[in-house]
Design a protein around this ligand. Sequence first.
Ligand SMILES: NC(=O)c1ccc[n+]([C@@H]2O[C@H](COP(=O)([O-])OP(=O)(O)OC[C@H]3O[C@@H](n4cnc5c(N)ncnc54)[C@H](OP(=O)(O)O)[C@@H]3O)[C@@H](O)[C@H]2O)c1
Length: 240
Amino acid sequence: MVSIRDRIAIVTGGTRGIGQAITRALLDAGARVVVCARSREAVAACVERLQPQWAGRIEGTACDVSRYDQVRSLVNFTLEEFGGLDILVNNAGVGVMGDIAEISPRQWQEVIGTNLTGVFHCCHAAVPVLRRRGGGYILNIGSLAGTQGFAGGSAYNASKFGLNGFSEAIMQDLRHDNIRVSAVLPGSVNTGFRGHRTGKEARWKLTPEDVAQVVVDLLRHDPRSLPSRVELRPSRPPRK
Ligand SMILES: NC(=O)c1ccc[n+]([C@@H]2O[C@H](COP(=O)([O-])OP(=O)(O)OC[C@H]3O[C@@H](n4cnc5c(N)ncnc54)[C@H](OP(=O)(O)O)[C@@H]3O)[C@@H](O)[C@H]2O)c1
């Protein structure tokens, strides 16, 4: 099994939900992690929450992944704080749903700008660093919404379908540089995403920890083979 002890990771959108669970799982496995999100306060609160258990191994900075200048600063911050970068988890995402005539061009831009262009920005800024390091791992958190469209999902579906194509292409760009790329496509996860209900009534859903476990399993996977896409479903959703 590959060890990720002392590996240096960035988790975008690491302040809550799936990103926070991935951050905790990476820290548990001995990695050092930089989290980012748009909210400076949420980043500070997240680092403060995790510092007592993982002092010196968790840092954070505000960054909107839809802004390339901010993404470059995120990568530079990571290099300054921890001296390198080995793992990039592109998790930050937004979901704006609505009929095609109802979502505004601005909402479309926000969804595509975060879920798709944001991933491009992070990869574009990180890949030269990973190449200099001699390898690394990029994990893109997609969605089953990237395999099947649904009413009201035009922007979100488009962003996640696009992310699948992007992930497959860069997997082929980077595999010979010892940079591994995997896409993880969860179904419904019990987070507050898109104002979803959480709690008892959502017990059938995946948990953020289920997704985090897959991320850590992929990082530890024997490098002889590459699980480039993992679809993760709740085992027993309500019957339709
Ligand atoms: N929940 C589900 O059912 C589900 C299912 C499949 C896939 N996913 C995917 O999993 C990922 C995480 O979802 P989640 O449910 O954990 O969502 P969440 O609880 O809403 O958390 C989203 C995180 O992303 C950050 N974020 C949003 N826009 C950002 C931006 N432009 N730049 C940087 N950070 C940004 C948020 O912080 P700020 O708001 O402070 O920026 C927050 O930390 C998303 O890519 C989502 O599409 C979710």
